[in-house]
Design a protein around this ligand. Structure first.
Ligand SMILES: Cc1ncc(COP(=O)(O)O)c(C=O)c1O
Length: 465
């Protein structure tokens, strides 16, 4: 019996490597539906013989397609075609899919959560697969204690281009997120005699970390210019600020107030910890340069995160240390046993260097801008009797400031029972009665899901009235 002709014939004269030609052929057939979900691919040995190539070439191609999510490989049953939805929803599928978030049991409008359905699975998988193929040792042992050298370089370039901070790679310390970075900075800088100034309202772990380390904290209230300066003589020697985008209220600190803090640090020999957790998400105007970029005295430690702009499950963030603090921060990292996961670092570096990261960032920024605007307009149109919103044209959350007749905590409890992950603004503050609002995530859900969430929020408010 004649052998069946292989589905394509390799072009031996082509500059495209043989394994890539095999990949291209299978990708096209899977995408077109010619190979259906669950279909078994020819055995590697058989295909290698048919094509007249080494078996290793076919194995490499199949493994690449596994990494890209086209194929699944199971011991004993070879390679089979995956459902495409397991990799990435096509635009059509996304439009018709039911709100999966509620199906997954997640809450709608959860503050600070990126929409992980937008994660660039395919580009990321390619990058990881390429690295596994070409320099696997980099993923296992190429990472130094303070981060992979290429990632430290990529971060130094990122903060220079996006945040206006001139930093060398050795000033960058990779951590497992901004939260860990905050803990490390407090460990390195807060003193037993001094006090840590924290914004109120602010990111709750900061106060917790300082107090767990036996440090006193002082509240820095917010006025229209941003956080207020520490009261002279109150012992504050470290302040933690979110100047680009105050958390959770959302405003940016004015240039004048930034200068005041830089002067305060220089005069009091204090330190500024700048938590710049989501500043890449600015939807109008130019990005506001980081405070660390304008502090010519080297008294600002900068913290960034990949949780919002890329993936919160990657658990990756970083510190950019001023020259005089590199050793102290590195020592604090050692003392705390802090160390970011090594495996994804080389891949992330390559993802950034090749521009994929920025393609993704531009894409999600566009989508989030629309969601952010929609949430604000919907709240203004439908909740004016309950409270008001301020549009800061930045960030991932929106605060509905409630009129005095409404109390945030019962509303939030009722909203959570309805599947809406709202947070009470008062939970971010230690000053009784200073804050009353509902913090809502603007990025997690598409416009249909937002509409559904607001119906539920309205029901929750009515039920508490
Ligand atoms: C103000 C602020 N800082 C830091 C973080 C933490 O970032 P990461 O996930 O990188 O630990 C968050 C997360 O929501 C935040 O809101």
């Amino acid at each position: 019996m004649p052998k069946p002709t292989p589905a394509f014939m390799p072009d031996r004269a082509s500059a495209v490597p043989m394994f890539e030609q095999i990949c291209v052929s299978f990708r096209a057939r899977i995408r077109s539906g010619a190979l259906e979900t669950g279909a078994r691919l020819p055995a590697t040995r058989a295909l290698a013989q048919d094509l007249g190539v080494a078996r290793a070439t076919v194995v490499t191609a199949y493994e690449q397609l596994v990494a890209e999510g086209y194929l699944a490989s199971r011991r004993g049953s070879g390679y089979t075609v995956c459902a495409m939805g397991e990799v990435e929803l096509s635009p059509g599928a996304r439009a018709t899919a039911p709100p999966e978030l509620t199906e997954r049991g997640d809450l709608l409008l959860e503050a600070g959560q990126p929409d992980m359905r937008l994660f660039p699975h395919r580009a990321w998988a390619k990058c990881v697969a390429r690295l596994c193929r070409t320099r696997p040792e980099d993923m296992l042992s190429g990472c130094g204690r303070f981060g992979h050298p290429e990632l430290r370089q990529a971060i130094a370039t990122h903060v220079r281009d996006w945040r206006g901070i001139a930093a060398r790679p050795d000033q960058v310390l990779v951590t497992s997120g901004a939260t860990e970075a905050l803990d490390i900075c407090l460990h390195a800088l807060a003193t037993a005699e001094g006090a840590v100034g924290v914004e109120d309202p602010g990111f709750p772990p900061i106060r917790r970390f300082a107090e767990a380390q036996g440090r006193c904290t002082r509240d820095l209230a917010l006025d229209p210019q941003g956080a207020e300066l520490p009261t002279p003589g109150d012992g504050t020697d470290v302040v933690v600020l979110t100047p680009s985008h105050q958390y959770p209220l959302g405003g940016a600190m004015t240039a004048g107030r930034r200068q005041d803090f830089v002067r305060w640090a220089a005069q009091s020999q204090g330190w500024i910890i700048e938590d710049d957790y989501d500043s890449e998400f600015r939807y109008a105007g130019r990005p506001i340069p980081a405070l660390a970029g304008v502090d010519g005295q080297g008294r600002t430690v900068y913290i960034g995160s990949f949780s919002k702009i890329f993936s919160n499950s990657l658990r990756m963030g970083y510190i950019v240390a001023p020259d005089g603090l590199i050793d102290r921060l590195a020592q604090a990292m050692r003392a705390k046993g802090a160390r970011a996961s090594a495996m994804p670092q080389a891949a992330l570096a390559e993802f950034m260097q090749q521009g994929e990261f920025y393609r993704h960032l531009r894409r999600v920024r566009r989508i989030y801008a629309e969601r952010h605007r929609n949430l604000i307009e919907s709240l203004r149109a439908g909740f004016g009797d309950v409270g008001h919103v301020v549009d800061h044209q930045a960030g991932m959350q929106v605060v509905l400031h409630l009129h005095a007749a409404f109390a945030d905590r019962p509303i939030v409890a009722a909203a959570r029972a309805e599947g809406v992950g709202a947070e009470a603004l008062s939970a971010y503050s230690r000053r009784a009665g200073a804050c009353n609002g509902v913090v809502l995530g603007a990025c997690l859900n598409d416009l249909d899901e937002q509409a559904e969430a607001l119906i539920r929020l309205r029901r929750a408010i009515s039920s508490t009235g």
